[in-house]
Design a protein around this ligand. Structure first.
Ligand code: FUL
Length: 483
């Protein structure tokens, strides 16, 4: 009950803060006449819910690297049962800087390490169990891989994040109330001793522990502990800040709303909407952990590009798992696949055909360049176009100097003001007639659209319905044959 009240309190404090700050900073009511706006544009209102600063930064990062590494790496298993000898854990050449270097090169900003998987083996010397690196062969039991990893992330400007499996097949208290405190104590160690944490990934997997019992997880205790020690850390998957997209195949939803009804379990009340963006997790290999036998089943650049379009391109974030091998290194095969993927994405998005071209809007809010339609074409996510408050249907027309081939579009809303667009369509000038080439529902942070190539010199983006004045921060087009 207490946690329910806390969530209520936080939610309404945030809402009243924003409405109050609008009143404080906005014009007084008596000033609200035509003349006060003569030389300025009316400020854009939030359409609630809106993302927190942490959610917004995370959504704009688009891709996160998942790193499954643990005792399973050495036993060739996906799910250890918690009985494997900790001495088996013996990375002979571990180099976390190699992980962060490749992550940086590819463009990942958040890195999530499995500090404990279902087998219960901990990558840090937890004071609450002996089943950890302290009884392993690694550095004769003197190592702390979480420390090495967190330091490497922070030194490189990357967000240190962790996955701490609630399901624990080793810990004897699992299946009793005591286990919730054991898990909380481990959370406190991780949240207190390793600097800033970007994201805590809570897995809902809940099987039997060593005594044959399942655990009734005290999620509210876990959430309040995380928020207490790391108020800016996002809690994902089985958490209130980031939602699981619903599959592990890299498939987002065609219609993807960040505003979602607050569910009973996560927020304690259900008749309001909260900002709850989705994350799509998938492994670069068939398994989550490294298995030598899967070395030739690594996803190639084409598959990874498809996954990118189906996740990032559908208003979700991609969480791509790249598991280090027994040496403690990401193999050259995985690195090659990541590099080929990045090169291909760079090639696809190299030449924005709309960049700084001529654009006209059916309606624009305010005066000057504040919300001008050119803001969609400037390759700057901080500037955007928006209509007057009363206008919910509008269009943007781009005129090109000559006819060109186009087969990809990118559309993005300025989501910091809320997700607004409900339906849109794309039209191309074909023999002086507008021909519809695509229609869709949501846009959100990013909508990527692939079509059969069209040869044209004019494109219209029509916002057909929107909950509030539509915003667009990016509208771009590309041609990449054979996609
Ligand atoms: C699942 C686990 O059972 C898998 O092993 C993996 O960690 C995946 C990301 O989550 O629930």
């Amino acid at each position: 009950m207490r946690i329910i009240l806390i969530y209520f309190f936080i939610f309404f404090t945030v809402i009243s803060f924003f409405s109050c700050s609008n009143q404080i900073n906005g014009p007084l009511e008596s000033d609200l006449n035509e003349s006060s706006y003569a030389n300025t544009s009316p400020p854009i209102e939030n359409f609630y819910p809106i993302p927190s600063k942490s959610q917004l930064d995370w959504e704009n990062s688009k891709i996160t690297m998942f790193i499954h590494f643990g005792i399973n790496t050495f036993t060739d298993k996906e799910w250890g049962d918690g009985t494997d000898d900790p001495k088996l854990f013996n990375p002979t050449n571990l180099d976390v800087n190699q992980w962060t270097e490749i992550a940086k090169e590819i463009g990942f900003k958040y890195l999530i390490l499995t500090v404990k998987h279902h087998d219960g083996f901990c990558l840090w010397p937890s004071a609450y169990t002996d089943y950890s690196v302290k009884n392993s062969s690694y550095k004769n039991g003197k190592g702390d891989i979480v420390k090495e990893f967190a330091d490497a992330c922070q030194e490189n400007g990357l967000k240190f994040c962790f996955y701490l499996s609630p399901w624990d097949r080793h810990e004897p208290t699992y299946g009793t109330e005591k286990y919730n405190l054991y898990y909380q104590n481990q959370l406190i160690e991780l949240l207190n001793n390793y600097g800033d944490v970007g994201e805590v990934w809570l897995d809902n997997a809940n099987g039997e522990g060593p005594n044959g019992k399942q655990q009734d997880y005290n999620w509210n205790l876990f959430y309040s502990t995380i928020k207490h020690y790391q108020p800016n850390a996002l809690i994902s998957n089985m958490g209130p800040d980031i939602r699981w997209v619903g599959n592990e195949s890299g498939l987002g939803n065609d219609t993807e709303w960040c505003p979602q009804p607050a569910t009973q379990i996560l927020f304690g009340f259900s008749n309001v909407k909260v900002w709850y963006p989705s994350e799509a997790d998938i492994s670069i290999r068939p398994g989550w952990f490294y298995h030598e036998k899967e070395n030739y089943q690594i996803k190639d650049a084409n598959q990874l590009v498809d996954i990118y379009f189906n996740t990032v391109g559908k208003n979700s974030n991609l969480l791509l798992n790249v598991p280090p091998d027994k040496e403690g290194l990401i193999s050259n095969l995985d690195i090659a696949a990541l590099r080929n993927w990045k090169n291909k994405l760079d090639e696809i998005f190299a030449n924005d055909l709309f960049l700084n071209k001529k654009i006209v809007a059916s309606n624009t809010r305010g005066v000057g360049n504040d919300y001008a339609p050119q803001n969609c074409l400037d390759n700057n996510i901080n500037t955007f176009w928006v209509t007057d408050d009363t206008v919910r249907k509008a269009n943007l027309i781009i005129s090109l100097n000559t006819k060109v081939n186009i087969n990809i579009f990118k559309i993005e809303e300025a989501i910091e003001y809320g997700q607004r667009i409900c339906s849109f369509s794309l039209w191309a000038n074909v023999n002086n007639n507008w021909e519809k080439i695509y229609s869709g529902a949501t846009v959100g942070r990013t909508r990527l659209i692939k079509i059969s190539p069209i040869f044209t010199d004019k494109i219209k983006l029509s916002i057909d319905s929107s909950y509030a004045a539509p915003t667009i921060r990016t509208f771009s087009a590309y041609y990449y044959p054979g996609l």
